[in-house]
Unconditional design. Structure first.
Lengths: 104, 243
């Protein structure tokens, strides 16, 4: 066991936990102020969009808005399926199938 | 009296079982997307000189994919500076602060022990599933706990397998299974787009995220996009209230 490596891992674990518990510690006594809550309400939507869109438009790390980007085509069709069915499995299944078909 | 309280506790138990089942069902598709990342984490770790124990210990204590990949890559390229790696980890994971704040009103109603467990195990994926469940049926601490720890177990096991078989598994991220994660998020996002404000928030976030991922290092694009877009959302609604 490498002590330097273990020290790094433990340090990483500690700061990661701090980021995860941080908001609860900051607002533990005051609760979340109303103005902040109005703003935080939109975090889930903003956050989901920030995770999805780059994964589809930059699947390989560079901008690719062409028909050869199988993630983009599959993503657009999957969005439509998600809108129509609201079904996770159907969306995943069709999205994956289109992406894999177009990639090969 | 006794019979009544017994049947009440039975109902409570049954509700808990139902919530666990629901968490399991919702988690299952996303685990297929998480497994390739866990395998890759184990493989990369071994390649960078971690032992099976060390890389597994990392997955069990840090439990944050992006930060782990960054640290492994740094160590692999010879950067072994404690301060640099730990501080970069902190920056990459700052987005948790935002997620934690958005869940805080619900978390405050849980016991201290549960609060710590939920904080420790919060990830992008468990956060996304939890907020969607909250929207549909209300917040449940058990649901978040179930989702979070299921992903935790999958992450740890995938790391062990990747680390143990690292010489014989071809690059798992090339299987394309990682696409399952954004696809799942898509199903979580689209039902939220019922009015103008969330549509604008989504659009702003998408534009900032794409620009950010082109010009910013690491995961900064997520923090920036979520911050800018949610402030825009707050301003739109605030303006409407005042006007």
């Amino acid at each position: 066991m490498d002590s330097k490596l273990m020290a790094i891992i433990i340090g990483m674990a500690l700061v990661t936990f701090i980021t995860r518990i941080g908001a609860q510690l900051i607002f533990a006594n005051t609760g979340i102020p109303a103005w902040l809550e109005r703003w935080l309400k939109h975090v889930p939507t903003a956050f989901l969009a920030a995770l999805i869109v780059p994964a589809i438009i930059l699947p390989k790390g560079y901008l690719d808005i062409t028909f050869s980007n199988s993630y983009l085509i599959a993503g657009i069709i999957a969005s439509f399926i998600a809108y129509k069915t609201k079904n996770v499995l159907a969306t995943i299944f069709i999205g994956m199938a289109i992406m894999l078909y177009l990639s090969n | 009296m006794l019979i009544m309280s017994k049947s009440k506790s039975n109902i409570l138990k049954r509700t808990k079982v139902l919530i666990w089942k629901e968490a399991f069902k919702d988690c299952l598709p996303i685990t297929a997307g998480v497994i390739p990342f866990g395998l890759t984490c184990g493989i990369m770790g071994r390649t960078a000189g971690f032992s099976v124990f060390e890389i597994t210990f990392m997955s069990l204590t840090v439990f944050a994919g992006a930060a782990q990949f960054m640290a492994i890559a740094m160590i692999n390229s010879g950067i072994l500076n404690w301060g640099v790696i730990v501080f970069t980890t902190f920056l990459i994971n700052l987005r948790h602060l935002l997620m934690g704040a958005s869940l805080a009103p619900h978390l405050f109603k849980q016991s201290k022990a549960i609060q710590y467990l939920l904080a420790f195990s919060m990830t992008d994926e468990s956060y996304a599933l939890t907020i969607s469940r909250t929207e549909k049926k209300g917040y449940s601490g058990y649901y978040q706990l179930g989702v979070s720890f299921l992903l935790y177990i999958v992450w740890a096991i995938a790391t062990v397998i990747g680390a143990s078989l690292y010489y014989s598994i071809p690059n798992p991220l090339e299987w394309g299974l990682d696409f399952i994660i954004p696809l799942t998020f898509l199903v979580l996002l689209i039902p939220r787009l019922t009015s103008k404000t969330p549509l604008i928030v989504t659009l702003v976030s998408a534009v900032v995220a794409v620009l950010g991922s082109l010009y910013l290092p690491g995961k900064w694009y997520i923090i920036l996009a979520a911050l800018v877009a949610s402030v825009v959302g707050g301003l739109i609604e605030g303006g409407r209230e005042n006007g």
